[in-house]
Design a protein. Structure first.
Length: 141
């Protein structure tokens, strides 16, 4: 099983102005909430509603963290998306989410990724993002 976001302690605040997060979510309201929380923290946020759209963004943009739902629109899949993204960018931080799963087996996920079940609080997403990017070496403490 991969680690749950709930186990991540609150990280000290810093301004991640040069950091880009790609939020891949097919539920518009959920996408808006996640995007707003990350924008409020100072991240540059890109959004996609399915894996095809996300892969197009990843091919032309530099992204530091991929936050993806697992079951996406048009029968696309966040697990496959993350594997493809990591092939192109091995240091990409990845966080999965799902409303239909309580957990995610480690064999399904890319290494050193995290899973947060829905519903999650926006503050949890921000703390998790800050901590994961700091641990990946993209941001100093």
């Amino acid at each position: 099983m991969i680690p749950f976001a709930f186990a991540v302690p609150a990280a000290p605040h810093y301004t991640p102005a040069s950091t880009t997060v790609l939020v891949v979510e097919d539920e518009p309201h959920v996408c808006e909430l996640a995007t707003e929380a990350l924008l409020d923290e100072g991240y540059r946020v890109l959004t996609a509603a399915d894996a095809w759209e996300a892969e197009a963004i990843l091919s032309r943009e530099s992204v530091d963290l991929l936050f993806t739902d697992i079951d996406l629109a048009r029968n696309t899949n966040g697990l496959v998306l993350a594997r493809h993204a990591r092939e192109q960018c091995p240091r990409l931080a990845v966080v999965y989410t799902s409303g239909g799963r309580a957990c995610l087996a480690s064999g399904e996920a890319v290494p050193e990724s995290l899973f947060v079940p829905k519903p999650y609080r926006p503050s949890q997403l921000v703390a998790l993002t800050n901590d994961l990017l700091r641990r990946s070496g993209l941001h100093p403490v």
